[in-house]
Design a protein around this ligand. Structure first.
Ligand SMILES: *[C@@H]1O[C@H](CO)[C@@H](O)[C@H](O)[C@H]1NC(C)=O
Ligand SMILES: *[C@@H]1O[C@H](CO)[C@@H](O)[C@H](O)[C@H]1NC(C)=O
Length: 569
């Protein structure tokens, strides 16, 4: 036992000192007490050498006089934290009775590892804490002393924390974390470290504890929209109260710092009336009916605000798509009062335009009219149209046309509307009078009363007004020109032919007149017809008495009217 070291040899008042390490096995020799007391083995046995103490941890080997370890000697149990650990006992001998003081110094061995109070250490650090901040940690404990007590701490290498070992007022060492660079909860919400405590024993003993560091949120992130600009196209027929678009913003913070509410910002009042925005969900609905013709696009700004007061804006554009909800309109801008029946094809009789409030094809308009009329449509620029004649007109056949113009757009399905205009064909003197008979022949008995009507001619003219008004006149005859008016006349108005004198068969048996019917047109048109008058014989002469007598050659006696103009018409 080289470590057994009697410190002093016997001196009456000086105690005998031994030094042993703690935790020696039972039966281990502390020292040869008999020899150290100056006794032989036989003497020690004869004088009944023994040890006594409050708690007997040692005994004497009778054969050798050795002081032996009898029970477990735990320095930490016996001396706790005292720096010096000494056990005092007495050696007793008889014949004569004598008592010697013995001190056994118990030396520390590294029989304890450091120990942490808890298995895990929980820390919470705000992400706003700046670099250089320090966090003291509870130290580990080690009941061993001096070299065998805690000597050092370290943590696993990491980029955020460094470990410092500090000494407190009573000389104990404790670990302290130092923040090397700022934390960011949004990058890493927690950090795990392993803290190791080491004692100074040889070999050293150690203990570890897990450190969990939770990074606490600060409102260091504004909300972020999923897009800078939201764009949507909706039909103008979308019913009020429909969902149009949803804006979404997220916030990397947590808790109230990530609670987002949505608001309109710098948006026209009229737009706010048209759309509603759900503060919580960001859902935009149309509050009223949309009308492309009213507004083709709405622009608004929506703000997302978190509970910590940070905010972001996005732009929302809502395009309204046209539906074919407007019928085309036809606007007649000018209409001819008179369309002369002799108008040349291509004459403009009406001007009109179309209008359709819809967009694109929905607002593109085509015009048409019925097929069986002598008119057609010419389109000119910008939805302006001309209605022109297309063929010959004849008032006497068709004095009036009702022309229906139909305007149809190119929507799907198309919408159309129509309007009817009445076109009146005005008369042109394009018809000459026509006699009812190609020629007339009348028999007039002689001795007719003067002034008797002897014939009537009649002509018709389908033209209108003066163009169709016929008057009659005698334009030629085979009578001597100067005598004509003393024989016959014609009523210009009625075409009745009158005898102006009594005819005498003996003198005038027949004559022929050319009658003319003439309308009042300008220029006038006329037609001629021949009227042949045969004068009939009556027994108005007595047989001839003396030759050269003049009977029957005088003017005829008046005849009664009932004989007039037999066989007329
Ligand atoms: C439109 O908005 C007004 C007021 O903002 C509200 O009273 C009304 O109920 C809304 N209408 C619809 C269809 O959402
Ligand atoms: C044209 O329409 C008018 C009014 O509806 C009607 O009185 C007239 O008889 C029509 N004319 C023709 C030729 O159909």
């Amino acid at each position: 036992f080289p470590f057994l070291l009697p410190l002093f040899y016997r001196a009456l008042c000086e105690p005998i000192r031994y030094s042993i390490p703690e935790e020696l096995a039972k039966g281990s020799v502390v020292g040869n007490l008999a020899k150290d007391l100056g006794l032989s083995v036989q003497e020690a046995s004869a004088r009944k050498l023994r040890v006594s103490a409050e708690k007997l941890l040692f005994s004497i080997d009778r054969e050798s006089g050795d002081l032996l370890v009898k029970d477990r000697i735990d320095r930490e149990q016996i001396c706790r934290e005292r720096r010096r650990c000494e056990l005092q006992l007495e050696a007793v001998v008889e014949n004569p009775l004598n008592i010697f003081h013995i001190i056994v110094v118990v030396e520390d061995i590294n029989d304890h590892a450091p120990q942490f109070d808890k298995k895990d250490i929980h820390l919470e650090i705000f992400e706003s804490v700046s670099a250089g901040a320090r966090i003291s940690l509870d130290p580990a404990t080690d009941p061993d002393i001096n070299m065998n007590s805690i000597k050092d701490y370290h943590i696993n290498p990491n980029s955020y924390f460094k470990l410092m070992v500090r000494v407190n007022s009573d000389g104990g060492k404790y670990p302290e974390l130092s923040l090397e660079k700022p934390l960011d909860r949004e990058v890493q919400r927690s950090h795990r470290l392993i803290l190791t405590a080491l004692d100074g024993g040889d070999p050293p003993r150690s203990a570890t504890v897990r450190i969990e560091i939770v990074v606490k949120d600060t409102n260091d992130n504004p909300p972020v929209f999923s897009k800078d600009e939201y764009r949507v196209s909706v039909s103008e027929s979308l019913p009020p109260g429909s969902s149009v678009l949803q804006v979404t913003a997220t916030d990397q913070d947590e808790g109230a710092n990530a609670e987002i509410s949505y608001h309109f910002r710098s948006t026209a009042q009229s737009t706010r009336h048209m759309f509603s925005l759900d503060e919580k969900t960001g859902l935009i609905k149309n509050n009223q009916s949309l009308d492309f013709e009213d507004m083709e696009r709405y622009t608004m700004e929506v703000e997302a605000k978190d509970g910590g007061g940070l905010s972001t804006q996005c732009k929302v554009i809502i395009e309204i798509l046209d539906e074919n909800d407007n019928s085309p309109e036809i606007i007649i801008t000018s209409l001819s009062d008179e369309i002369l029946e002799d108008s040349q094809p291509g004459m403009v009789v009406a001007l009109f335009k179309t209008r359709d409030w819809d967009f694109g094809g929905n607002g593109e308009v085509m015009c048409d009219i019925e097929r069986d009329v002598p008119f057609k449509i010419h389109s000119s620029s910008n939805n302006y149209y001309k209605l022109v004649t297309d063929g010959t007109l004849d008032r006497e056949q068709t004095p009036e046309y009702n022309v229906t113009i139909t305007a149809t757009d190119r929507g799907k399905p198309p919408l159309s509307s129509s309007t009817t205009i009445t076109l009146r064909v005005t008369d042109v003197n394009d018809n000459a009078p026509v006699f009812q008979q190609p020629a007339y022949l009348v028999h007039v008995p002689e001795n007719n009363p003067p002034g008797a009507s002897i014939a009537q001619v009649s002509a018709s003219d389908p033209d209108l007004g003066p163009n169709g008004q016929v008057s009659y006149a005698i334009v030629a005859s085979d009578l001597e020109a100067r005598a004509l008016s003393s024989y016959v006349s014609v009523s210009a108005h009625s075409g009745v032919v009158f005898a102006q004198r009594a005819f005498d068969h003996e003198q005038l048996r027949a004559f022929e007149l050319t009658l003319q019917a003439r309308d009042q047109g300008s220029p006038a048109l006329s037609a001629n017809v021949s009227l042949r008058v045969l004068v009939g014989d009556r027994n108005d002469n007595a047989p001839r008495a003396p030759p050269g007598g003049r009977a029957g050659r005088g003017p005829a006696a008046p005849l009664s009217h009932r004989h007039a103009a037999p066989g007329l018409r």
